[in-house]
Design a protein around this ligand. Sequence first.
Ligand code: ATP
Ligand code: MG
Ligand code: MG
Length: 549
Amino acid sequence: DNQPTSNFIRQIIANDLKDNKNNGKVITRFPPEPNGYLHIGHAKSICLNFGIAAENNGRCNLRFDDTNPEKESDEYVESIKRDVHWLGFEWSELHHASDYFEQLYDYAVQLIEQGLAYVDSLSAEQIRAYRGTLTEPGKESPDRSRPIAENLDLFKRMRAGEFADGQYVLRAKIDMASPNINMRDPALYRIRRVHHQRTGDDWCIYPMYDYTHCISDALEGITHSLCTLEFEDHRPLYDWVLDQVKTPTHPQQIEFARLQLEYTIVSKRKLNQLVTEKHVNGWDDPRMPTIAGLRRAGFTPKSIRDFCERIGLTKQNSWIEMGVLEYCIREDLNENALRAMAVLQPLRVVIDNYPEGQTEQLEVSNHPQKPELGKRIVPFSKVILIERDDFAENPPPKFKRLVEGGEVRLRGSYVIRCNEIIKDAGGNITELRCSYDPDTLGKNPEGRKVKGVIHWVSEQHSQPAELRLYNRLFSVPNPDNEENFLDVINPDSLEVLTNCRVEASLAHAQAENRYQFERTGYFCLDAIDSVNGKLVFNRTVTLRDSWEK
Ligand code: ATP
Ligand code: MG
Ligand code: MG
């Protein structure tokens, strides 16, 4: 990979290293909540955190922010580990915020003892009403002045399960008049009787995200806590908590802009909705911007890492064109994918002057610019299949492919001439009768030019296959701006072609093998549905798009 370009975070870290801050250490973390599959936005954060650590001989932890048990599951935990690995990264330490529940509880007790937290009996609704607005200060809860001893007793009993869900919360005592609403006595703990995928029923109180996150960072000795811009307003709270409790270190929170990608959605909540309401076929549907979906569609880890580097890092939210991601995968596949032939809409071609029963094993190179990728055998015989629209009965001007009485070259094979069109009773073309020029294998015909080259397969040797052509999942660039993003799902996001034929060499394709189907697009074998000899290929991306122009 190329030398990384500088950005404001790399700059901050370079300066910290120069000043020997944190004893010259760089320790980052990637902290997903296991409430869904990772998406391309997470990839940006993964590449950033793991990348920064690797560039500076540092470390990067994977930490599950598992403080919301009702939405979290082990399936998500496992998928996240798999996806981080697949992207090419290895964490130094694996942690769960739930591992710190006991310590978090002790720190909360400390806060109460210092008079910096109190148990509040206001309802969630009342707390919201008391909180005030941007222009109006909040109102103090009557429980704010509860004596320390009473707070300690109540908090203990909250943990012991003596109260109903929602009956009490533990709040930080900061400033109800703060211009920053996050500082108006934010909740630190709530009572919630939910089974946790790791701690089971050990706890009926769970710590809030803002309280948990900063302490978890500090306990792990994180030096730079990189997060997205919406946490900028939470930074004073991050710092407040760490200033009050006595953690060994005080990490520095730095915010960067989220990735927003056109024609898709990067919000786990909305992606979850697409899955549960069956607008797509699961989290790994190739139309999904999830890592699992991109993998199944045929994206390479390298293309995604390249994309994350290319889009750069700023403090300004902006939309990235889908074309940038497509450019990255095309660049990788153009260089590395093996070439093969697949006919999407077959038209039968009988070569009258070719001997019945004969097969020629033609050698065709796997990559025109890379001889080191070798050659494969492509069988040629009397009956072949070509693409229906590579023949025109009434050709438009400049049509260079096959016409009646005209010639075309078969890729890697001979020049053929079309002599006759065969139609059924309804007037549909069912077959072409052609002849081949035996003198044209690997050389130009004598005395005439043949411009067109088309792909083909031998009927008898080819394999039936299903090809799935994916298009953008949404029909507008910014589905998030719609009142309901479900209204702008692209009804044509998937086209399934079931009568395709692929060349013989693909019979033994392996899951996630990637190909350029000549003239058609980049495809990979579907890892899930391609079973028992039934070949299914997913289109990763078309051969060309407008972004490059
Ligand atoms: P979502 O809204 O999709 O649930 P999230 O931020 O709540 O996203 P987390 O699991 O908490 O999801 O995210 C883990 C890390 O990934 C966080 O540090 C978060 O900032 C980062 N992240 C999430 N989405 C993006 C994005 N679109 N661009 C960059 N980083 C992101
Ligand atoms: Mg989050
Ligand atoms: Mg979220």
